[in-house]
Write a protein that binds this ligand. Sequence first.
Ligand code: AMP
Ligand code: MG
Length: 496
Amino acid sequence: MPIPFDNSYARLPDRFFAKIAPTPVRAPALLRVNDALAEALGIDPAELHSPEGVANLAGNGLFSGSDPIALAYAGHQFGGFSPQLGDGRAILIGEVVGPDGVRRDVQLKGSGPTPFSRRGDGRAALGPVLREYLVSESMHALGVPTTRALAAVSTGELVLRGDDLPGAVLTRVAASHLRVGTFEYFAARRDREALATLVDYAIARHEPSLAREGSLAARTLAFLDGVIGRQASLVARWMGLGFVHGVMNTDNTSISGETIDYGPCAFLDAFDPGRTFSSIDQGGRYAFHHQPRIALWNLARLAETLLPLLAEDEAEAIRLATARLDTFPDRFGAAHHAILRAKLGLGPSEGDAHEGDDELAKDLLELMAKAQVDFTLTFRRLFDAIDRPARTAVVSAMFADPRPFDAWAARWRERLARDAEPIEARKERMRLANPAFIARNHRVEQMIALATDGDLSLFERMLRVLARPCDDQPDDEELMDPPGLEQWDYRTFCGT
Ligand code: AMP
Ligand code: MG
């Protein structure tokens, strides 16, 4: 049964992409297929497991109906603008419309050079491919919008990344690969026509209801507003999980509102709001607590590209765009507070809010930062304690000086007592907001080291456990553990 491709991006004008086929590799071997995702896309998993399927996933052949292209985009990287980036090591092999009616991109990442490769080799190493597979699937299980992993294959070739590393190709699935940087690419070329095409294309894929807006200007403004809303809620999700994206460049800011590009990402262990993970982020630009304001900065870059479409008069266009951007802090704040409320077991709606609730959350985060306690475990242990007050001592014991936390916990108990909501409903919401299992950095590194030696057992085990992140899984409790002190200075590296 062939993959039901329908390739809308390849039907856009030529200057949106380069037609390019993947470069074959020496010895493709299957690492994993995500059968459940294949089925959700309307793809028969057997198609991907077959020898021909594996060869195609490595780029040694093309699935029938595939029309491979590399997408053009630009981007602000660490604040500086590059007018031409583009898919340098990724190739969109086609789009599929799933049984749910949603169109998604299927992309090979690490599939060889393209006209956008610049000095790069177009390849990916096994470690980063498995990291992206695992962390993106874990984010999905946590309910965070994200690109997904459909398959991973090894290439039987080495890639040079300082050391020789085994090569691999990831098959990534995304709601689209439109980025802020895609708009910047055409804005930098003063290509108004392409920008208008792109706005309508993005609307068709991500907010089809906007297509009914009368004028291009009205559609563009509504589109900008939609992107702002999706980014505000996405970054709020990250902040609620202690997730550091690590490389929030505009080329890694998706129009769909999905998390994209799992290069130097990491979940915080010890709660340090200023923490960065990318070895090249020397200024701390993409530190955990900077993420909301960086998202807004990236959205401002998107807004700039849209000015020529928003109004004839530039001052009017700026006024319209600015008014939309100004909604970001409130929208992010509302989403973030709702998540924090859920994490503390408080009611989710506006009507449940009491004066002092925001303070309660903020004060806990401050205590956590001061004591550098483990972000995920603190909240999970708090959940464990909600209907077993004696268990509060477990959380308390995590703090070097427990007294400020104990005072906070007393306030929390008082606050909980003011809600009439039955404990069971509150408990379930709190459980789902406070995962037990995240893709801990030291475990990911351990998984990569084993996989590089040909042992995929930890990869498989972590995939299984992280698929149910909020369930207690007593047999795998060690995967909850933070790293030992010797592993705390963890760095992931860009350009992997
Ligand atoms: P990233 O840092 O992964 O977001 O990538 C930024 C830009 O560098 C994109 O245009 C990528 O396609 C390109 N790039 C990253 N790694 C490679 C590589 N190994 N070969 C070619 N291009 C690459
Ligand atoms: Mg990228």
